[in-house]
Write a protein that binds this ligand. Structure first.
Ligand SMILES: Cc1cc2nc3c(=O)[nH]c(=O)nc-3n(C[C@H](O)[C@H](O)[C@H](O)COP(=O)(O)OP(=O)(O)OC[C@H]3O[C@@H](n4cnc5c(N)ncnc54)[C@H](O)[C@@H]3O)c2cc1C
Length: 322
C-alpha cells in the first residue's frame, strides 16, 4: 500500500505545528497497553487555530485522521496506523476555575484536573481522580467511577468539526448515557477542544482530598499495576451489575482469571483487566476478548460489551464486540 502520509504533508504539518510532528511513532510507546505497530505520523496541535489548520490540510490532502488523547482506552493494531493521528494532550491542557465553573482544555490530565477542583473547595470530582486520561477522552467515553459519569457535570463542550468549524454543544446535545456520548457515533467526527464543567457543591478542600485519597487507595488495592493494561475491558452495564454483579466478578466466576493468549492475560488480580505480560500483540488481546465473551455468554447468557476500542490500521475506531 502506498504511503498516505507523504513527505510534502509532513513538511506542511511541521509548518503548522513546529516540533510537534512525530513520524514513525511506535504506538506501543504511547498506548497504556504498550501494544501497537508503527504510526506514520502523529501531530500535537497547541490550540484551536493550529488544530483547524491541521484539519483543513488533512481534508485538502484527503488524508484520514483519528483523534487521540492519552491512549489509555485504545488497542492499536499490530500493523500500526496509516492515518494521521491528531493528539490532543499537554499542549492544550489549561484549566481555569471560576466559582463553581471549571473550563478545561481537552488535553487536561484528569487526575490533575480533579486535584485542582478539589483544592478549590468544589466537591463531586473525586470519582475521576484515579482515571489516567485526558478530559476530552473522558467526555467522549462519559467515563467515571463509583457508578458515576463525568457527563453529569458537563455544562457544555466546544468542538472543532471536520470542516474546521467551531461548534458549541450543550449537555443535552452530548446525549450522555452510561459510558456513552454522541461523540462515539460513527459519523460524528468532532474533536473536543474545551469542556465547561460545573460543581455546585462546596466542601473544605481537606475533606475532598481525604475522599480522593481513599478512592486512590481502594483502586491501588483492587487494580493490577504490575503490567501494562487499559483499565476495565468490559462495560459494567448498570442492569447487569444489579443482577449479576460487575463484569470482573462474572468473568472470575466463569473460571477465566489467569487465562492467557500469547502475552495477554486475564489479570489474576482483577478479571475485568487484561494485562500485557511483555510481548502481547493486539491479536492476542482480541482473541482473549473474543474467548471471554464466548465463555461468559455460554455459561451465563450475558453478552459482555467491550469498553476499550480497537484502532485499525486505517484509523477507524471500532468497538470490540466479539
Ligand atoms: C489503569 C486504568 C484505569 C482506568 N480506570 C477507568 C475508570 O475508572 N473509569 C473510566 O471511565 N475509565 C477508566 N480507564 C479508561 C480510560 O482512562 C478512560 O476512558 C479515559 O477517559 C480515556 O481518555 P484518553 O485521553 O486516554 O482517551 P484515548 O484512549 O486516547 O481515546 C479514547 C476515545 O476518545 C476519543 N477522544 C480522545 N480525546 C478526544 C477529543 N479531544 N475529542 C474527541 N474524541 C476524543 C478517541 O478518539 C477514542 O475513541 C482506565 C484506564 C486505565 C489504563
Amino acid at each position: 500500500m502506498d504511503r498516505i502520509i507523504t513527505d510534502k504533508l509532513i513538511g506542511s504539518l511541521n509548518k503548522i505545528c513546529p516540533n510537534r510532528v512525530r513520524t514513525n511513532q511506535n504506538l506501543s510507546d504511547i498506548s497504556s497497553w504498550r501494544i501497537g505497530g508503527i504510526a506514520d505520523c502523529i501531530v500535537e496541535p497547541a490550540g484551536i487555530k493550529e488544530l483547524q489548520n491541521v484539519i483543513k490540510l488533512a481534508r485538502e490532502e484527503k488524508v484520514p485522521t483519528i483523534v487521540l488523547g492519552a491512549a489509555t482506552n485504545l488497542l492499536f493494531a499490530d500493523e500500526g496506523l496509516r492515518a494521521l493521528g491528531i493528539r490532543i494532550g499537554k499542549h492544550m491542557s489549561q484549566v481555569i476555575i471560576n466559582g463553581d465553573t471549571v473550563v478545561a482544555e481537552a488535553g487536561a490530565w484528569v487526575p490533575l484536573l480533579a486535584r485542582k477542583v478539589g483544592k478549590a473547595g468544589l466537591a463531586g470530582c473525586e470519582h475521576i481522580v484515579g482515571i489516567p486520561g485526558t478530559i476530552g477522552g473522558l467526555v467522549y467515553m462519559n467515563g467515571g467511577s463509583k457508578r458515576r459519569n463525568i457527563g453529569t457535570n458537563v455544562q457544555s463542550v466546544i468542538c472543532v468539526d471536520s470542516d474546521g468549524k467551531i461548534v458549541e454543544m450543550s449537555n443535552s446535545e452530548c446525549k450522555f448515557s452510561y459510558r456513552s456520548s454522541v461523540f462515539q457515533q460513527e459519523n460524528m467526527q468532532k474533536i473536543i477542544v474545551k469542556v465547561t464543567l460545573q460543581f455546585p457543591e462546596r466542601e473544605s478542600p481537606s475533606e475532598v482530598r481525604r475522599r480522593m485519597l481513599n478512592i486512590l487507595e481502594e483502586r491501588r488495592k483492587k487494580f493490577p499495576k504490575e503490567y501494562p493494561n487499559c483499565g476495565s475491558v468490559f462495560l459494567s452495564d448498570p442492569n447487569m451489575y444489579q443482577q449479576f454483579g460487575p463484569p470482573g466478578l462474572v468473568i472470575e466466576r466463569c473460571g477465566l482469571k489467569g487465562l492467557r493468549v500469547g502475552g495477554a492475560e486475564v489479570s489474576t488480580k482483577h478479571a475485568n483487566f487484561i494485562v500485557n505480560l511483555g510481548e502481547a500483540t493486539a491479536q492476542d488481546v482480541l482473541a482473549l476478548i473474543k474467548y471471554i465473551h464466548e465463555i461468559v455468554c455460554k455459561k451465563t447468557g450475558l453478552l459482555l460489551k467491550s469498553e476499550v476500542r480497537y484502532v485499525n490500521e486505517y484509523g477507524s475506531i471500532l468497538s470490540i464486540n466479539a
